[in-house]
Write a protein that binds this ligand. Structure first.
Ligand SMILES: Cc1cc2nc3c(=O)[nH]c(=O)nc-3n(C[C@H](O)[C@H](O)[C@H](O)COP(=O)(O)O)c2cc1C
Length: 141
């Protein structure tokens, strides 16, 4: 059976994007970058500042930063590999935006992350709530 793969990543400073592109090349999948409508500036990413955009978003589990453009057509894929940088131990909120905006029924989702040192922790299972229907979640790496 054919296994059509999409590698979808959000990457604020390029690290996760490079890994995602390498995964897509290796597994022969398509690559899709989740681009925020409003790009994160370095001030937005300042985790030392409690009032930076990333701090405010990560303190609010209901924050859903908008994506630029429309989500890819999931009907074309069987497996979606989703990549993100760890922000405060979990995935950035725009990953919730992405997952909630697509129909993953019947698909397998494989999360991966990059980080400054943290492991995947609960960043993978914390995303399960965003997706309904019959979806097979792999353990995050
Ligand atoms: C707002 C923010 C929060 C972060 N929180 C963590 C963290 O909790 N643990 C960790 O190991 N790295 C943390 N990092 C570091 C990133 O996960 C790491 O640099 C990642 O590889 C960046 O990926 P990117 O270039 O694709 O954005 C954080 C970075 C930012 C900007």
């Amino acid at each position: 059976m054919e296994n059509r793969i999409l590698v979808a990543v959000f990457s604020a400073s390029g690290v996760t994007k490079r890994v995602g592109e390498a995964i897509a090349r290796t597994c022969g999948g398509d690559f899709y970058e989740i681009v925020p409508k409003e790009i994160y500036t370095s001030a937005d990413l300042d985790w030392m500042n409690k009032r930076s955009r990333s701090s405010i978003e990560m303190n609010d589990p209901s924050a859903r930063p908008e994506m630029a453009g429309s989500a890819p057509d999931m009907a074309a894929y069987d497996t979606v590999i989703i990549g993100f940088p760890i922000w405060w131990g979990v995935a950035p909120r725009i990953i919730d935006t992405f997952l909630e905006s697509c129909d993953f029924s019947g698909k397998k989702i494989i999360p991966f992350c990059t980080s400054g040192g943290s492991g995947v922790g609960r960043s993978d299972t914390a995303l399960h709530k965003d997706v309904s229907g019959d979806v097979k979640w792999a353990k995050g790496r």
